[in-house]
Design a protein around this ligand. Sequence first.
Ligand SMILES: *[C@@H]1O[C@H](CO)[C@@H](O)[C@H](O)[C@H]1NC(C)=O
Ligand SMILES: *[C@@H]1O[C@H](CO)[C@@H](O)[C@H](O)[C@H]1NC(C)=O
Ligand SMILES: *[C@@H]1O[C@H](CO)[C@@H](O)[C@H](O)[C@H]1NC(C)=O
Ligand SMILES: *[C@@H]1O[C@H](CO)[C@@H](O)[C@H](O)[C@H]1NC(C)=O
Length: 410
Amino acid sequence: MPLLLLLLILSPPVSQPPPFNHSFHFILLKMNKEMGHRSPLLLLPSAVFSVLMAAAAAGTGISAAAGPSRCGSGGNAAVLFVFGDSNSDTGGLEAAMGLNAGLPSGRAFFHRPTGRFSDGRLILDFLCDSLNTSYLTPYLDSLGSGFRNGANFAVGGSATLPRYKLFSLHVQVLQFLHFKSRSLQPVARGSLGLISEEGFQKALYLIDIGQNDLSDSFALGLSYDQVIGKIPYFVSEIKDAIKTLYDNGGRNFWVHGTGPLGCLPQRLTLRRAAKGDLDTNGCVVSYNSAAKEFNLRLSDLCAQMGSELKDATVVYTDVYSIKYDLIANHTRYGFKSPLLSCCGYGGPPYNYNINITCGNPGSQACQNGLQYISWDGVHYTDAANSIAAAKLLSSDYSRPKLKFDYFCHH
Ligand SMILES: *[C@@H]1O[C@H](CO)[C@@H](O)[C@H](O)[C@H]1NC(C)=O
Ligand SMILES: *[C@@H]1O[C@H](CO)[C@@H](O)[C@H](O)[C@H]1NC(C)=O
Ligand SMILES: *[C@@H]1O[C@H](CO)[C@@H](O)[C@H](O)[C@H]1NC(C)=O
Ligand SMILES: *[C@@H]1O[C@H](CO)[C@@H](O)[C@H](O)[C@H]1NC(C)=O
């Protein structure tokens, strides 16, 4: 990328600087981003997760017969590289911006804030559990990070476009290339403990992005047709990312479709759409249609890339159906009001106020996060993520129908 362009993005305007505000959510709003009970009650989300995992394992899995797993533990751990937005951010935005969110963020599992946009674990964390590999540390976090089992390039607020806005998918892929060349230098000198060329080739490349592209487009006031018109450009960025990672040795890809945007309490609160634009579950029809259109294009792309790129496997996973099922069938999963955010302000129907978002003074968190799908109006709770991850691991939602650990057997 031209240096001038980089400088333009990084340098602040020359006018009077505003007083510095350390509030996490203030900065998030400024960044113009996506800010934008379990039955029976006694089951903890992790217990639900284990039960569902056992059920999934008992099913007929393709991977079971595929030979010994190459994903062990220690030096032989599965290697994952993750690209995306806050749905997968394990602390990247906080590291990048020098922020520290306070509680209640992280209260459910870690019992401390970790930089995740949730009360606990993300889908990605449960996926790491399933591989017996440790949680991924953010590429941008310089303290306490370990990159033996991969790196997480996902940063909250990221979108595919604009291309050079931090931390777009393209920038994340550039960071990966930097990471790779920096890793291979010491490996070539005999250093152990870093990922080798073979490690990069056998790794899984996970991409989950697009929610902010859609969300930001609607937030800007674009019409439904205008948003639909932009989708091919978003998907084209994902195509470029896969192609670049492939050209640099990646062979195993796992791509998430986007979730039901129109069911997010934040989107429901801020929607410009007409009042009548709600489906039987109370979600905004046009936002969800756009999400489905994006997913259609994305799944086509994955099928096309999977057949065009020699020796590559590109799995598309229908995260939309997984998440919409949680909302539509919420009572079956032990959730109460599927569109009410646990942490926020204002009470029913959505408990979301753009000026008093979760973590800001005046916001309040619900007593029992196990009864809620939405944590802060945009992101899911630990409880919801544990169920979503278990469904995702079943392979029922994936095309081709492979298990998440397929790359351990390739
Ligand atoms: C910083 O932003 C937060 C959230 O918008 C606000 O409540 C707070 O008063 C601001 N603090 C300062 C020092 O401006
Ligand atoms: C993770 O560990 C469990 C229990 O030890 C084992 O059954 C499973 O095969 C392991 N998964 C992978 C991907 O190695
Ligand atoms: C709700 O659950 C039923 C029964 O499992 C299933 O047939 C249906 O597809 C689910 N609804 C959604 C929207 O996923
Ligand atoms: C949020 O703050 C803005 C600017 O002060 C104000 O115009 C708007 O009405 C507020 N919105 C809510 C829902 O309180």
